[in-house]
Design a protein around this ligand. Structure first.
Ligand SMILES: *Cc1c(COP(=O)(O)O)cnc(C)c1O
Length: 223
């Protein structure tokens, strides 16, 4: 059990070290991906200082929220169905997986109802892999334009990706980073958050300017 606290601090050090070698020497936010792990483990990592946790299933997230401290910032990182959106609005700090117009419209609708602005990242499917979530890079500008002009309750905080299987992760991270810069400059994307990098590739992601890394197994252990 003590190991969790030590792994958390070792990871923070690894992030800081990686940031020294990055373009923008900023230490990214560590999102502890706690999916499948019990609330007791999450509490230990919280006690060690972590406040950002990621979950990929709505029901599992809803079960965990009331059992844990209320100042946790929850990140939703899984594929999201429209009919589940209403459970997330007001409960999550950031949705990382906004990837289509119909989902954006539902987020806008539910956020309007609750009178909140929901921060979201647009997930990019860099390799156009059919089985994966995320919007094609070719279609993203139009989605962003639509959100920007018609959905005032969505804050497009930045971009998220999971690198394509067949790519060097460096290539994916460099590309996502340049897309965020370009679309931000063009006024299509409100923020410049870059959610990229997991247990096996966070160093490369940080080298390319990740501002959030999503780390599960390197912290909590194998799932
Ligand atoms: C599970 C998951 C992670 C964490 O993966 P690890 O390899 O365990 O660090 C990160 N991002 C997403 C979207 C995930 O589903």
């Amino acid at each position: 059990m003590y190991a969790l606290k030590e792994r958390y601090h070792a990871l923070l050090q690894a992030l800081a070290q990686a940031a020294q070698h990055s373009e923008a020497p900023q230490i990214p936010t560590l999102i502890a991906v706690s999916k499948t792990f019990p609330t007791a483990d999450i509490q230990l990592v919280y006690d060690a200082g972590c406040r950002d946790f990621g979950e990929n299933r709505v029901q599992e997230l809803l079960d965990k929220i009331p059992a844990l401290p209320s100042d946790i910032r929850w990140h939703f990182i899984g594929q999201l169905q429209r009919n589940k959106v209403k459970y997330l609005i007001g409960n999550v700090a950031l949705i990382h997986t906004l990837d289509r117009l119909s989902l954006a419209q539902e987020i806008e609708k539910q956020a309007t109802k609750r009178n909140v602005i929901q921060p979201c990242l647009v997930e990019i499917n860099l390799g156009d892999e059919p089985q994966k979530g995320g919007i094609s890079p070719a279609d993203a500008p139009q989605l962003l334009c639509e959100i920007q002009s018609t959905m005032p309750h969505i804050h497009t905080a930045g971009l998220m990706c999971i690198p394509p299987q067949a790519w060097e992760s460096d290539r994916a991270f460099a590309l996502l980073s340049s897309m965020a810069r370009e679309w931000h400059t063009q006024g299509l994307l409100a923020g410049t958050t870059l959610s990229m990098g997991m247990s096996d590739d966070f160093k490369a992601a940080i080298a390319h300017g990740a501002t959030m890394v999503r780390i599960g197994s390197a912290l909590f252990g194998a799932r």
